[in-house]
Design a protein. Structure first.
Length: 166
């Protein structure tokens, strides 16, 4: 059966991604289709991209009002690369971006309370990913970890397994 909301691999209806991790890939979270200019307002909350060779979070040509809240990009080529999207970014953290910058945003983007908006650099409990990259539990939940966690109301993802986030 053909899904009418997916054309050429692009979701034409908004997708919500919450509490997911992407690491050691080319790009982390790709929010567009590359060969289309479909405007889709995806929502990402509490997601983490680390050690990706390219981009941590990427609009890939999607001009939609993508919402990113409490996400973390760590040791990617560029943390947040949203050069097309009319994105809304709140309380996100980016650190140790390799060849690029922590955030490269379109003029139409709204950015507030993120680490690159003039706040202090993130201070993480640990930057050793070994516990995050450990085996998943039998029910496929992500492992418990202190990796990339920060205290209190500091920007960034919470790295909390879904059952703990309730």
């Amino acid at each position: 059966m053909v899904d009418p909301d997916v054309v050429g691999g692009v979701h034409l209806s908004p997708v919500t991604v919450r509490g997911s991790w992407s690491y050691r890939n080319g790009n982390g979270f790709t929010l567009g289709g590359g060969h289309t200019s479909a405007s889709v307002a995806h929502v990402l909350t509490d997601d983490v991209a680390w050690d990706n060779a390219g981009l941590g979070f990427n609009d890939e040509g999607n001009p939609g009002a993508i919402r990113l809240t409490r996400n973390t990009a760590f040791r990617n080529g560029t943390g947040f690369h949203l050069v097309t999207a009319a994105a809304v970014l709140n309380a996100n953290a980016a650190a140790d971006s390799g060849e690029g910058r922590d955030a490269v945003l379109a003029e139409s983007a709204r950015s507030e309370g993120n680490t690159w908006d003039g706040g202090a650099a993130p201070v993480f409990t640990t930057t050793d990913p070994s516990t995050a990259e450990a085996a998943r539990a039998a029910d496929a939940t992500l492992p418990r970890t202190a990796f990339l966690t920060s205290s209190g109301t500091a920007p960034g993802a919470r790295m909390t397994p879904r059952e703990d986030a309730r």
